[in-house]
Design a protein around this ligand. Structure first.
Ligand SMILES: CCCCCCCCCC/C=C\CCCCCCC/C=C/C(=O)SCCNC(=O)CCNC(=O)[C@H](O)C(C)(C)COP(=O)(O)OP(=O)(O)OC[C@H]1O[C@@H](n2cnc3c(N)ncnc32)[C@H](O)[C@@H]1OP(=O)(O)O
Ligand SMILES: Cc1cc2nc3c(=O)[nH]c(=O)nc-3n(C[C@H](O)[C@H](O)[C@H](O)COP(=O)(O)OP(=O)(O)OC[C@H]3O[C@@H](n4cnc5c(N)ncnc54)[C@H](O)[C@@H]3O)c2cc1C
Length: 670
C-alpha cells in the first residue's frame, strides 16, 4: 500500500514565516504564482508529459521521445488556447530540451531584433505558427567566442540579386546550433558580408536549409547532428548540428536588414542603429539564462534540503548510553548547513537579480523603439556579467548539492546528475563565462577612464562615481552583530570592487600597448569584473528588501538570506577583501561568527523556504527531493525499474560470466 505520510510535516510545522506569501515573492506576483501553479499541475497530471526512463534511453529513443513531447506540447498549446504567458510556463514545466527551445528562444528573437518591419511581417507569422522551424547558426567549428572571426561568407551577386552563402573551409562549418541536426527547416546564419569585392563584417541571413515537402536538405547543403554530449539524458535530447554551404543562393531580401542593408546595386548602407544590435538575440538570451540559473540552483537546493532533513547519520544527544535511539538529521550538522544554506540564499539572490535584469532588458527594448541606444553598453555588460556569475555559481551549486546528498546523490534517480549535465553548458553557451567577464571589465575600464573627463557613471556603475570615498573608507564593524547592517555590507562590496578596478586601471597605464596590457592583466580584470557583478547582486537583493513585503516573518527571512549570501561571499573571497583592506582580519572572523548565527535562524525554516519554490514532484524529478520526504521506499522501488533488473540472470551470463567462473574453478583445482 502506498505510504501517504508526510515525513517532513514536523519540519514544516517549525516554519516561522508565511510560506504562501513567500511563494508569491518567489513567483514575482500573485498572478504569476496562480498561473504557474495551474500549469505545473496540468503538466504533472498529463501522462503525455511523463519523464521516466530518460537516463536509460538510447540516443535515438531519447531524441524520438523529445520530438514526440515537443509535438504534444504544441498540440496542447493550441487545443487549450494557451496565452503566451501560459505557454512559457508549460514549456518550463515540461522540462525536456528539444528544438523548440532554440526556435522560440533564439530564432524568433533574432528575427524580431535584426529584421526590418517588412521582413518581420513575412517571417514572423510563419515562425509563430511553426510553419517553419528555425535555429540560430552562429558558432562554427573553428570559431565560437570570436564572432568577428567567423568564416562563412555571404557574397552579393548583383546579376541575380542574390547572396551566395558559402563555407570556404572545414573550420567554417556551422557547429552547435540547437535543433539544426535533424529538425530545423530554416536558420538565421551569421556570415561575413561581401559586396562589390569588399568585406563588411558579420551579418545575419535567413536561409532555408530543408525542404518543407520531404525534409531533405536543399541543394548545396550538408547537415547533420554533431554527436553525443556530456551526461545521460540532458542535452542529448537536442540535435545540435553541423551545417555546410556549397554556394547556396538566397534572395537579397533575406539578409536581416534592420541595422544595415545592401541595395539592389550592391551598395552597403549603414543606418544610425549601432551595429551591436545584430548581437541582440544574445543579449536577450543571456538575460533569460540568469533566470534559468536561479531555477536550476533552486531545484538542486530543494532536493538537497529535503533529503538532508530526512537523512540521518550517527548518534544524537537523545541517544541512550549504548548509542541506541534516533540518529542526527544531517541538516543539523553545522558543516552541512554552511554548505547548503549559502546555496539556498544564492537561489533567492539570483531570482531577484534575474527579475531586475528582465526589467532592465524590457526598459532597453522600449528605449530602442525610440532610437535611444544610451543604455545598450550597460545592458550588454549586465547581461554578460550576470549570466557568467550566476551560471558558474549555479553549476557549482548543483554539484555541491549532489555531494550534500552523499552516495544517493550520484544515482540518476536523485535527479541531480541530469540537472547538472543539462545546466553546466550554460557556462559556455551564449558566451564562455570568462570571455563574457572580459567584456564586463572592458566596459568598467572605459567607465573609469571617463571619470577624468567628468562623465558621471549611472545605473549599476553609479558607485564608481564615489571613488574617492570608497577608496578611503573603512569598515566600522566591531562586533558580529554590526554585520547585520545592509549599508555596511554594500559599502564593503563596493569598496572591494572599486579598489580592484582602480588597481587594474592603474596597472594598465604601465603598458605602452593597451591591448597587450589588457591581455597581461586579464586574470585580474576578470576578478574585478566578478567583484562588480557581486555588487549588483547584493544591491538588487537589498532593493528587493525595500519593497512592500507582506506576510509574517517573510521580510525577516529574506533579510537573513541576504546576509548569508553576502557574508558567505566575503568568506569565499576573503583574499580580495583583505588585500584591498576593505575589511580587517578581525572583521572577517566576526563575519564568520555572524554566519553561524544566521544558519541557526534558517535551520527551522529550511524546508519551508524550499517549499516556497512551489515545485511539483514531476518537475523536480527526484526520489530524494519529493515533497513527502518518503525517500527510502522510493529509492528502493526506483532501483527495481532499471532495465538490468528485468532478468534475474543477466544477458551475457553464459558467454562472459560462466566461462570466467569455470576457469577460476579449474585454476583452483590445478
Ligand atoms: C529532466 C532533466 C531536464 C533538466 C532541465 C534542466 C533545466 C536547466 C536549465 C536550462 C534551461 C534552458 C536551456 C535552454 C536551451 C538553451 C539553448 C542554448 C542556445 C545557445 C545558443 C548560443 O550559444 S548562440 C552563440 C552565442 N555566442 C556567443 O555568445 C559568442 C560570444 N562572443 C561575443 O559575444 C562577441 O563576439 C564578443 C563580445 C566576445 C566579441 O568581442 P570583440 O570582438 O572584442 O568585440 P566586438 O565584437 O568588436 O564588439 C565591440 C563593441 O561591441 C560591444 N558588444 C559586444 N557584444 C555586444 C552585445 N551583445 N550587445 C551590445 N554590445 C556588444 C562591446 O562591448 C564593444 O563595445 P565598445 O564600446 O567598443 O567597447
Ligand atoms: C550545449 C550548447 C549549445 C549551443 N547552442 C548553440 C546554438 O544554438 N547556436 C550557436 O551558434 N552556438 C551554440 N553553441 C556554441 C556556443 O555559443 C559556443 O560554444 C560558445 O560561445 C563558446 O565558444 P567556443 O566553443 O568557441 O569556445 P572557445 O572560445 O574556443 O573557448 C575555449 C577556451 O578559450 C578561452 N578563451 C577564448 N577566447 C578567449 C579570450 N579572448 N581571452 C581569454 N580566454 C579566452 C575560453 O575561456 C575557454 O576556456 C552551443 C554550445 C553548447 C555547449
Amino acid at each position: 500500500m502506498e505510504d501517504t505520510v508526510d515525513h517532513l510535516a514536523h519540519e514544516r510545522s517549525k516554519a516561522q514565516f508565511n510560506v504562501e506569501e513567500m511563494k508569491i515573492i518567489w513567483a514575482g506576483s500573485l498572478h504569476a504564482l496562480q498561473v504557474s501553479d495551474r500549469i505545473a499541475k496540468l503538466v504533472a497530471s498529463d501522462p503525455g508529459f511523463g519523464k521516466e526512463n530518460r537516463a536509460v534511453l538510447s540516443r535515438k529513443d531519447l531524441f524520438k521521445s523529445a520530438l514526440k513531447k515537443a509535438a504534444y506540447v504544441w498540440k496542447r498549446i493550441n487545443e487549450l488556447g494557451l496565452s503566451e504567458e501560459e505557454t512559457s510556463w508549460l514549456r518550463f514545466y515540461v522540462d525536456e530540451l528539444a528544438y523548440d527551445y532554440v526556435h522560440w528562444g533564439m530564432f524568433v528573437p533574432a528575427i524580431k531584433g535584426s529584421a526590418t518591419e517588412e521582413q518581420q511581417n513575412k517571417w514572423l507569422p510563419l515562425a509563430n505558427t511553426m510553419q517553419i522551424i528555425g535555429t540560430y547558426a552562429q558558432t562554427e567549428l573553428g570559431h565560437g567566442s570570436n564572432v568577428r572571426g567567423l568564416e562563412t561568407t555571404a557574397t552579393f551577386d548583383p546579376v541575380t540579386d542574390e547572396f551566395i552563402i558559402h563555407s570556404p573551409t572545414l573550420t567554417s562549418s556551422k557547429w552547435w546550433p540547437g535543433g539544426l541536426g535533424k529538425v530545423a527547416t530554416h536558420a538565421v546564419v551569421y556570415a561575413q558580408l561581401i559586396t562589390d569585392g569588399k568585406e563588411y563584417g558579420v551579418n545575419g541571413f535567413l536561409v532555408q536549409i530543408r525542404s518543407l515537402d520531404d525534409h531533405f536538405p536543399l541543394p548545396g547543403i550538408t547537415v547533420g547532428d554533431i554527436g553525443m554530449k556530456f551526461g545521460s539524458g540532458a542535452f542529448n535530447s537536442m540535435d545540435n548540428g553541423v551545417l555546410r554551404f556549397d554556394r547556396v543562393r538566397i534572395p537579397r531580401n533575406q539578409m536581416l536588414m534592420r541595422v544595415s542593408k545592401v541595395t539592389r546595386e550592391g551598395k552597403y548602407v549603414e543606418s544610425n542603429i549601432p551595429k551591436q544590435i545584430i548581437y541582440g538575440a544574445m543579449v536577450y538570451v543571456r538575460q533569460t539564462i540568469v533566470a534559468d540559473a536561479s531555477i536550476a540552483l533552486s531545484r538542486a537546493v530543494c532536493i538537497a534540503t529535503r533529503y538532508s532533513a530526512v537523512r540521518r547519520q550517527f548518534g544524537s544527544p537523545q541517544n541512550d548510553q549504548n548509542g541506541n535511539g534516533i540518529e542526527t538529521q544531517v541538516i543539523d550538522y553545522k558543516t552541512q548547513q554552511s554548505r547548503l544554506f549559502p546555496l539556498l540564499a544564492s537561489a533567492y539572490a539570483f531570482r531577484f537579480v534575474g527579475e531586475w535584469l528582465k526589467w532592465l532588458y524590457t526598459d532597453l527594448i522600449q528605449k530602442l523603439e525610440g532610437n535611444d541606444f544610451s543604455t545598450l553598453p550597460e545592458v550588454h555588460a549586465c547581461t554578460a556579467g550576470l549570466k557568467s556569475l550566476t551560471t558558474s555559481a549555479a553549476a557549482d551549486g548543483i554539484e555541491e548539492s549532489r555531494k550534500l546528498c552523499g552516495g544517493h546523490g550520484y544515482l540518476s534517480s536523485s535527479g541531480l546528475p541530469e540537472l547538472y549535465a543539462t545546466f553546466v553548458p550554460a557556462c559556455t553557451y551564449e558566451g564562455d563565462n570568462v570571455v563574457l567577464l572580459l567584456q564586463v571589465s572592458r566596459f568598467l575600464m572605459k567607465t573609469i577612464s571617463q571619470l577624468q573627463s567628468g562623465k558621471k557613471p549611472t545605473g549599476t556603475t553609479a558607485y564608481i562615481g564615489h571613488v574617492e570615498h570608497l577608496i578611503q573608507c573603512g569598515c566600522n564593524v566591531k562586533k558580529a552583530e554590526d554585520w547585520l547592517n545592509l549599508c555596511v555590507i554594500l559599502e564593503a562590496f563596493e569598496a572591494r570592487a572599486i579598489r580592484l578596478l582602480v588597481a587594474c586601471a592603474e596597472n594598465l597605464t604601465k603598458f605602452a600597448n593597451p591591448l597587450q596590457g589588457f591581455s597581461e592583466l586579464s586574470p585580474d580584470l576578470v576578478e574585478a569584473a566578478v567583484a562588480h557583478c557581486q555588487v549588483i547582486v547584493v544591491s538588487k537583493f537589498i532593493e528587493k528588501l525595500q519593497q512592500n513585503i507582506q506576510g509574517i516573518g517573510v521580510k525577516q527571512l529574506l533579510e537573513t538570506l541576504c546576509y548569508i549570501y553576502s557574508l558567505n561571499l566575503i568568506h569565499k573571497h576573503l583574499g580580495d577583501f583583505l588585500s584591498t583592506r576593505s575589511i580587517t582580519p578581525k572583521q572577517a572572523s566576526l563575519a564568520s561568527d555572524q554566519l553561524r548565527s544566521l544558519y541557526a535562524k534558517v535551520r527551522p525554516n529550511a524546508i519551508a523556504l524550499v517549499d516556497a519554490f512551489n515545485y511539483t514532484d514531476h518537475f523536480l524529478g527526484s526520489v530524494l527531493g519529493s515533497y513527502d520526504g518518503n525517500v527510502y521506499p522510493k529509492l528502493y522501488e526506483e532501483a527495481w525499474k532499471d532495465p538490468l533488473n528485468e532478468s534475474v540472470v543477466p544477458d551475457g551470463y553464459h558467454e562472459n560470466i560462466r566461462p570466467v567462473l569455470k576457469q577460476q574453478l579449474q585454476n583452483a583445482r590445478l
